[in-house]
Design a protein around this ligand. Sequence first.
Ligand code: SAM
Length: 492
Amino acid sequence: MRAMKTIKKTNPGDVSAKDDALKPRRAGVKTTPKTGRVSVKAVAEKPRRAADKTTAKPHPRGGSAKMPAPERGDALKPRHAASKAPGKQNSRNAAVETNAVKPRRVGTKLTRLLSLNVASTKPTIPAQENATKPRTSGTQTPSLTQWLLYCRAGFEQDCAQETLRQARQHKPVIAEQSDIINNSGYAVVTLNEQALSFRELIFARQLIRLHHTIDALPDRDRLTPILNAIAALPGNFGALWLEVPDTNDGKTLSAFVRRFQPLLETALREQGRLLDDVKSARLHIFFPDKASVLIGSSDPYNSSAALMGIARQSIPAEAPSRSTLKLAEAIETFMDKSEQTRLLRAGMTAVDLGAAPGGWTWQMVSRGIRVTAVDNGPMKGVLAKHPLVEHLRQDGFKFAPRKAVDWLICDMVEKPAKVAELVGAWFVAGWCKHAIFNLKLPMKQRVTALDAALGGIRSRLDEEGISYKLMAKQLYHDREEITVFLTKTKNR
Ligand SMILES: C[S@@+](CC[C@H](N)C(=O)[O-])C[C@H]1O[C@@H](n2cnc3c(N)ncnc32)[C@H](O)[C@@H]1O
């Protein structure tokens, strides 16, 4: 993995409700002081679509002039091929190829490709049309796609890193690096033909195919450029979601977004572009600040069904700790309704390692599940004396159940490798059938640490011939941690 390019947010407090802060930025300015965002001058100077005439352009991160060279030689080949044969492409590509033969930096060339592909592609389906056109020497120019991912602020690098890694598992293996704005709550990655699986991404809260970025919305009329950009997209949309980053800056935009939503919604309904259909692509209008917008679409079958990718939970009055929300969200995230009914039944048994003060235990007993709560600390509230709870003051790493239970739940603060080893041992010993557990993340090399921990469980279970399903996610209620669901499936 190449080192990820990082752009620090230079002035995080700058996004305010004041319109002074919202003056449109001039196209062509390389780095905007407000966000530290790098713009690509060549694109800003020469818009080529009606929708782009003022400010719409591909997201600069995907085609940054500072984009590092691809990792392998083969990643470069398709672009060279494109620049060698400008006359053989369709008219859109011809423009690309003409620009491509000029001595330009790689990132600028890439941005020009993107400006065409993203606008000409159906929502949620990666652009294929250019990729399938014959090219010289048997090579093809890949279609480039940009993806907008929401994540917990501070985890943008991890989110982009694992997304690019997932993309590399598919061939052809080419994935452009993206610039990352630390603590922004989102990441944009540029790929070619790889599809992404939302389910398998741990750090991504939402997966959106990015079609347009407008970097300098005029503060007197933000609606028109957004409608123009949407007009360039084919098809209709099943829902309209206006979203902001899940950051303190993002929160200051909520009132603005609430005011803006009905304007856009009314316009799109009048145009017949917005239907109420849960099966159709959703249209996402994402405002990193009031002056810029990222416009994309999500596939309802390959994304989060929650606005901003946040499945909010309300804390039950009886639950003794806020941690209860983590397990509640994990149950909703990892299991559909029928699995919840099948796997969480009254009369089942569970062990809760690191149970105190009892938020996770509460989720289980509220479903009629009997819990052995292991922790040296006290259980609180209704759980201090609950008929379904047996509290044992023992070390969770040494505890062995008298007989097998249905569930292991574990929220002990320990190194991820140690917790993973423990969970693997429980499954191999046959002490439980299902588990939900937290892996606390280290400060650095989080993806590597998770790979090692989850890889350790997988190889242990594989060696023993145990069939299983494993899902992992950084939930909204997780902080420096992720939550994992592991369940035995029918043996092979
Ligand atoms: C984050 S808290 C758990 C919160 C709990 N899940 C809830 O919902 O209320 C972590 C707990 O793990 C316990 N713990 C840490 N190491 C442990 C160990 N080796 N054995 C048992 N408990 C441990 C701590 O005492 C602490 O109560």
